[in-house]
Design a protein around this ligand. Structure first.
Ligand code: RUB
Length: 314
């Protein structure tokens, strides 16, 4: 534990799992982090509100650095801690219950958003259509499962998603749901682009300009889609909006261990391993979010209307 001695063990374990991709995908990462904060609060032994808040801040610091490109997790944690700060409760037992209620409500909101996204997005899938996706997004697999449950017959092409093959997770989930699935290498995307009706991917972050950040290679998939005139959709909760992009900062792109690409490369070789890339809004046909299927340029306005707190006290 080293310098983090004293910090809730559950928080440290969760942060480790997130950084090692045992927990992956923005939604799953956020849900795990929210639960870790809930546990940190529950297991706190402090008696003073200030000390209680300090513990939550320590947990926040550890979770924030577990992965760089995860605004949904950051927004959720900021929301919970801000609620505790603004609460007039001072008794720590009451504050623990309060954290439990706030986290439960936040998770319920995420669940409702997921259902709405599935419901809006699945309508775009018609019988005998073919859809292409990249990486593993639980939001996308939910949407595809919903179309299947609604009786649509369609098939999915998924990329393997080098270097750590999250596409295999997608393929397994889709097969388990009885969806006809084909796997391709990432570089075969253009080869198949004319055979698909549309592309749908998830997102890790939405920027103030309406660009999205998602698994490395997403922007090349979008380029290929544009060139082939194939609609390219992004399925995402609006809570993945990254508020620092309003203030002029770029969303952070996590750069991972090069060993994920080549464990034992020849001496002197430089290997770079960015986990995500930016897809500009003019490549995006629509953002499938909890408010409906929206044009990317309307995102900032939607955030102002629906989640104004995201922009407060960044
Ligand atoms: C996963 C990834 C997913 C988004 C959205 O990358 O890029 O498309 O996180 O996922 P990694 P979800 O495997 O590196 O986390 O829709 O589940 O939030």
């Amino acid at each position: 534990m080293g310098e983090n001695a004293g910090l809730n063990e559950f928080v440290l374990e969760t942060a480790e799992k997130i950084s090692h991709l045992e927990i992956q995908g923005a939604r799953n990462v956020a849900i795990a982090a929210i639960n870790a904060i809930k546990q940190a609060a529950k297991r706190s032994k402090t008696k003073q509100k200030d000390a209680f808040l300090n513990e939550l801040m320590d947990a926040k610091a550890v979770l924030f650095v577990s992965r760089a490109t995860e605004p949904l997790m950051r927004n959720a944690i900021r929301y919970i801690i801000q609620a505790v700060k603004s609460s007039n409760k001072t008794n720590v037992t009451e504050l623990k219950d309060f954290v439990s209620q706030v986290t439960t409500l936040f998770l319920e909101r995420l669940e409702r958003s997921k259902d709405k996204i599935s419901s809006f997005g699945s309508k775009r899938i018609s019988n005998n259509s073919r859809v292409l996706t990249h990486c593993h997004s639980s939001t996308v697999t939910n949407l595809l499962r919903k179309a299947k449950l609604d009786g649509r017959k369609f098939e999915v092409i998924c990329t393997e998603s080098r270097p750590v093959f999250q596409g295999r997770l997608t393929a397994k989930e889709l097969l388990d749901s009885g969806i006809k699935t084909t796997m391709i290498v990432d570089s075969a995307v253009r080869h198949f682009m004319n055979e698909v009706d549309f592309v749908v991917v998830g997102a890790d972050a939405i920027t103030s300009e309406g660009n999205i950040i998602n698994k490395i290679g997403t922007s090349m998939v979008a380029l290929a889609a544009k060139e082939a005139r194939t609609p390219f959709y992004v399925a995402t909760e609006l809570l993945k909006f990254d508020p620092v992009t309003v203030l002029g900062d770029f969303g952070k792109i996590e750069e991972r261990n090069p060993k994920e690409i080549w464990n034992n490369p020849p001496h002197g070789l430089i290997v770079r391993n960015p986990a995500f890339d930016v897809t500009r809004r003019n490549f995006i046909h629509g953002i499938i979010c909890e408010e409906g299927i929206m044009p990317p340029h309307s995102i900032s306005e939607l955030i102002n209307r629906k989640y104004p707190w995201i922009l407060e006290k960044i």
